[in-house]
Every structure is written in structure tokens, then in C-alpha cells.
Ligand binder design. Structure first.
Ligand code: RB5
Length: 146
């Protein structure tokens, strides 16, 4: 799968771990930074990754900051992006099944790499359920245009 990944300094370490894991699994991963653990603003990085997802240049996006919140807020400003800050596998499954999220955000200071791994797997491996949820996702998309 084509995946774009990005982080600020608060998510740098976890981003590096997830990127290497996904690359080892054979995914085509585009890393939009940060490339060091030095302090950096997260909005431009999150926006760049989110726009790649919205444009179809990546099928999914993964963004990491300290809390997972800032990057989620930015990503959700981009039309076509549905991002959720997930803390466990169950909420990730629901976010894929019901909300068809295309961007996952993680808190590098909130969860460990070991906790992140099954969350990332659930994000990539779970299909959107369709049906009544598809109608609701279409309503989310419609709200973007109003
Ligand atoms: C950076 O200190 C921190 O504010 C950032 O990583 C993120 O948690 C913002 O939401």
C-alpha cells in the first residue's frame, strides 16, 4: 500500500519506528518528515501528508505528534481526509469500519511503539463496512462543501 507518514519532534521517534516497520512489510512509504528530533511546527507537515492522501498520491496517511491531537486537527481541515487520533485497536477498527478514516494519528508521548503496532495494523487491514456507514461518510463529504 502507498502510505505517507509524518511527524513533529513529539512524534519523531514513533514515526521512525512505524515507517521502518511498514517498509519492512513491503509498503511503499513516503516520509514527509520531520527528519530529526529537533523542535518543528507540526501543521505544515500534517497538511502536506493530508493533501497527498486527498489527491490520491497516498492511499493512507499516518501522522504522529506528541498527543496525536494537533496533527489530527490539521488533517481534518483538508477536504477528503477523515482522520482519527486512535489509542487502541478497538477504536481503530471502528474508525475504519464506520468512518472510513484515511488518516490515522498517534500520540508519540501517549502510546508506546508496542501499543502502536497493532493499531497501525488495524488501520491498514480493516475495510470500511459500507451500507448505512457509506451514506454517513457521504454526508461528511457533503458537509465539506457547505
Ligand atoms: C509539541 O510540543 C506538541 O504540542 C505537539 O507534538 C502536539 O502534541 C500538538 O498537538
Amino acid at each position: 500500500m502507498r502510505i505517507v507518514i509524518g511527524a513533529d519532534h513529539g512524534g519523531f521517534e514513533l514515526k521512525e519506528h512505524v515507517r521502518d516497520l511498514l517498509a519492512a512489510q513491503g509498503h511503499e512509504v513516503t516520509d514527509v518528515g520531520a527528519f530529526t528530533a529537533e523542535s518543528v511546527d507540526y501543521p505544515p507537515i500534517a497538511e502536506r501528508a493530508a493533501r497527498m492522501v486527498a489527491a490520491g498520491e497516498a492511499e493512507r496517511g499516518i501522522l504522529v505528534c506528541g498527543s496525536g491531537n494537533g496533527v489530527a486537527i490539521v488533517a481534518n481541515k483538508v477536504p477528503g481526509v477523515r482522520a482519527v487520533n486512535a489509542h487502541d485497536v478497538d477504536e481503530t477498527l471502528l474508525a475504519r469500519q464506520h468512518n472510513a478514516i484515511n488518516v490515522l494519528t498517534l500520540g508519540g508521548r501517549r502510546i508506546t511503539a508496542a501499543q502502536a503496532e497493532p493499531i497501525v495494523a488495524a488501520f491498514l487491514d480493516t475495510e470500511a463496512e459500507g451500507g448505512r456507514h457509506e451514506r454517513r461518510v457521504a454526508q461528511i463529504t457533503a458537509a465539506e462543501g457547505r
